[in-house]
Design a protein around this ligand. Sequence first.
Ligand code: ATP
Ligand code: MG
Length: 558
Amino acid sequence: MSETVVSKDFIREIINEDINTGKFDGRVMTRFPPEPNGYLHLGHAKSICLNFGVAEEYHGLYNLRFDDTNPVKEDDEFVEGIKRDIQWLGFDWGDRLYFASDYFDQLYEFALQLIRKEKAYVDSLNQEEMRAYRGTPHEPGRNSPHRVRSIEENLNLFKQMQAGEFPDGAHVLRAKIDMAHPNLTMRDPVLYRIRHADHHRTGDRWCVYPMYDFTHCISDSIEGVTHSLCTWEFENNRPLYDWILDELDIYHPQQIEFAPLNLAYTVLSKRLYRPLIEQGILSGWDDPRMPTFAGLRRRGYTPEAIRAFCGRIGVAKKHNLIDIALLEFTIREDLNKRAPRVMGVLDPLKVVITNYSVDKTEKMEAVNNPEDESQGKREVPFTREIHIERNDFMEDPPRKFFRLALGREVRLRYGYYITCTDVIKNDQGRVVELRCTYDPESHGGSTPDGRKVRGTIHWVSAAHALDAEVRLYDRLFNDPEPDTSEDTTLENLLNPHSLQILTGCKLEPGLVDAEPGHIFQFERLGYFCVDTVDSKPGAPIFNRTITLRDTWAKKQKI
Ligand code: ATP
Ligand code: MG
């Protein structure tokens, strides 16, 4: 089977090589190890698609493992949210759901083993002292005075730590490696700390909790993971990963680092979003401007598009900034195939067709999706009074403006040709209504005389229109790399136009029953998703997922 897998990136190359050499007996097993302290974002999507995608490709196995070693920040709510998000993305870990906290007993035993081997000791320096003893990248650290404790003393102290005999911070368990190691991570890293806190799964059973570095490699080992893929900030931790497994002499998976997803104009960090949510700048973790799964889903992004995006960006070792246009292109491509077309007017201007009967309603036949015939057709009511988009009319149009203007003719989508005869303004000089005439012979998009009409505009019958709220989103930050900006307060980098709420939009009447979560293409305008939070039965609210074209690129050029 392995021969059929093409090596597309350095990770797949390593796996191919391992399969050829028989390392891990040709097995492939990966894991995704989220900490249940928040919601997943696009960065995690990259990691999931890589970890789980690679395992699927090689007909291997993948585990979902919650890295729940910090009792203070973690919660079942996040565990459930993360599981739901990964399922939504389309991955099924089957019965391989694990929690690092399930290994607390084994981890504790491994810690005792290290103490017995004189490879770990209890230190009683406080945090500040520990920092001072640690040294810097240019100077070696110094041994703690407690480094010489006997095995017996260490065993006793560590057991007392777990028995709850000391307050938080009184002691820690450290690996005994080398305080002069050029890699600071290897200067006797902390393996266990005291935390008198209830854990969301183990309750008050533990007073000591293992650190990430100790937990992660051992969890990988217990589960039989072969390739432990993580982001490159863990590169310095790899020697420690290897040291712990070697000293314990247990099964040894291979850690491989890759570049995290960096997306232009986007922050991918739970930590940085929290204040924006707390200040009410964002409405929650599912604010449609957020790159969280919850936000993207509410905005109308599909799991298929997110997976396609993760496939397109690929995997590399080095940092690179991904253009947000790539994400937007991917969602457009996906929705173009499946989203039914409808007509909706966001900024309505009333048009009265003076030669059309007052009491007449015609049903115009409209195609639901030109990309997919199976979606069929629908009927759209047409009457004497309609709404068109305000910017489809100009008082003083340039020659190349092919839409409506005084004396000019346009085609109504699925309807007649109309010609503007009068422009009605209010006292402030604002255009409030247009008078037009229609050509009864122009139905079906052409006339018997074959005259040319360049523009086609969308419209909605005034008498039938559904009055709706539509929310337009733009990118949240104006800075291409907000999280590396010198300005550390993200509030200063916000795009003030990231949310625009339009009320009184006129939508075709069939949309009254549109179900939350459904996505439509409003012809000529973009893709819109029925909001799952604020919509009411019979009163859908629409979130703009994305415009039809890359309008941002145009804006940037001006
Ligand atoms: P945040 O910084 O937003 O809080 P995190 O890194 O703390 O996120 P974890 O739950 O620790 O979130 O991450 C789970 C896994 O997802 C880790 O293996 C981590 O390397 C990976 N990951 C996190 N951010 C990214 C990213 N931007 N690109 C790719 N993988 C990522
Ligand atoms: Mg993390």
